[in-house]
Design a protein around this ligand. Structure first.
Ligand code: AMP
Ligand code: GLY
Length: 425
């Protein structure tokens, strides 16, 4: 209960642009005394976030810090600590944390678990079949349609999905995953899924048990190159809202996907607290789910936090204490973000690239991800380095603001897509 005289201290776990955006929004809360981010990155300190040299997988050290510092609650950005049970570990020590239990994360960690939740709760999704046996999977592909989607059942850092346009591509994906164990010995089970056609969007909500509080929808750009070509990445840019997708579609997706998923998790005995993310394709037959994530999307969060006019810290406090949160989303304008990545990403790339950063204004901001400090200068330290976000009255204005900012600096050694937001024009 923060309203009133009290103030809170908050801890964000993670190190990337998504965590920067969450932490920055929390800092602006009217009753927030301090926001820590572990391990964070040195770019975050520009926005009043205090970074801590504690790794995200060191649950014990994080718990010790939360107790010592008197952290009111913690929020988790990335999936890995969630999959490793950080929420369960904090709760065992009586600490408040906003995120799903390890059991709840199965909705993201196992494609098959997610499919079972969808089927049991009549959530629209692509038809699928799961296989452990390579010969059976191969026979299914040989006799099935093209394109077809092959997904590694378990964790694959966003790289376990192959949209195969030819039988050869489908068969070689099966070989990689099942015979060559590309995603590990324990991870040779595949889900083979019907290919869906239509526009893709990300629908996220704050969830506590059966309560679902949706956000505005956004659109990620997962491919490396302009025109949605090249390999899949962790996301090269995003924008929100998605003006060409009708409000009725968003409502239908909330009603038919997010709400039954939250209710299904309660029925399953794995009630979900945290951010539930549905990847949705708007097909001719209505919205269909292609994946669930148990966390905020990256880079969607970097464009969504600015769309929220109300106090995020108060909203999460209210949700954790079973009160209705106030969530006021901007009605007008658009936020757009473009990721600057190291040349070579998502394959091998250089680090320690010197960064000439664009100036920011009241309409633009920088969210840092793969950066470190070298003699107090920020240099690159990862594949996706930073994101430039702008809010404009129109898509054209937001795009112009971001690209003018990027063109004003030397981005040698880095790459970015020049067409983020193109689908909305
Ligand atoms: P995922 O990791 O499940 O989000 O999949 C990565 C990307 O593959 C998605 O963003 C989609 O563009 C594409 N994809 C996944 N499943 C399907 C499907 N059933 N039909 C068409 N495209 C898909
Ligand atoms: N932007 C996709 C994800 O966060 O999974």
């Amino acid at each position: 209960m923060i309203k009133g005289e009290n103030t809170v201290k908050l801890l964000v776990i993670g190190a990337g642009g998504r965590e920067h955006a969450i932490a920055k929004k929390l800092v602006s809360g009217s009753h927030v005394e301090a926001v820590f981010c572990a391990p964070g990155n040195p770019g975050m300190t520009r926005d009043g976030i205090q970074v801590l040299p504690i790794k995200q997988d060191d649950h014990e050290a994080l718990i010790e810090f939360a107790v010592k510092e008197g952290i009111d609650w913690t929020i988790v950005g990335p999936e890995i600590p969630l999959f490793n049970g950080i929420v369960d570990d904090f709760q065992t020590k009586g600490l408040k944390i906003f995120g799903p239990s390890k059991a709840g994360t199965q909705i993201e960690a196992s494609k098959e678990f997610a499919k079972e939740v969808m089927v049991a709760n009549q959530i629209p999704t692509a038809d699928y079949k799961a296989f452990d046996n390579y010969e059976q999977a191969k026979a299914y592909v040989i006799n099935g349609p093209i394109p077809i989607v092959i997904k590694a059942d378990g964790l694959a850092a966003g790289k376990g999905v192959v949209v195969a346009e030819t039988k050869d591509a489908a068969l070689s994906a099966l070989e990689d995953m099942m015979l060559d164990q590309k995603f590990g010995e324990q991870n040779t089970r595949v889900v083979i899924e019907e290919y869906l056609t239509g526009e893709e969007f990300s629908l996220m909500a704050f969830v506590k048990g059966e309560k679902v509080y949706p956000m505005v929808i956004s659109q990620d750009h997962k491919r490396l190159l302009e025109g949605d070509k090249g390999p899949n990445t962790g996301g090269m840019g995003a924008y929100a809202p998605v003006p060409h997708l009708p409000e009725a579609l968003v409502r239908e997706s909330t009603d038919r996907i997010l709400i039954p998923a939250a209710e299904g998790m309660v029925k399953n005995g794995t009630p979900f607290t945290g951010i539930l993310y549905a990847g949705v394709i708007a097909t001719d037959e209505g919205p269909k789910t292609i994946e669930f994530n148990a966390r905020f999307g990256d880079p969607e969060t970097q464009v969504l936090m600015n769309r929220l006019d109300s106090d995020l810290a108060q909203a999460i406090t209210d949700i954790l204490e079973d009160r209705e949160p106030e969530l006021v989303w901007k009605k007008d304008g658009v936020s757009l973000g473009v990721v600057v990545a190291a040349e070579g990403y998502p394959e091998a790339y250089n680090t320690h690239i010197p960064l000439a950063l664009p100036d920011i204004s009241d309409k633009t901001q920088l969210y840092f991800a793969g950066v470190t400090e070298d003699e107090s200068e920020l240099v690159s330290d990862g594949g996706r380095i930073y994101l430039v976000e702008a809010s404009g009255e129109t898509m054209e204005e937001a795009q112009a603001l971001v690209y003018e900012a990027l063109e004003s600096v030397d981005t040698a050694g880095c790459v970015y897509r020049t067409d983020i937001g193109h689908k909305a024009l």
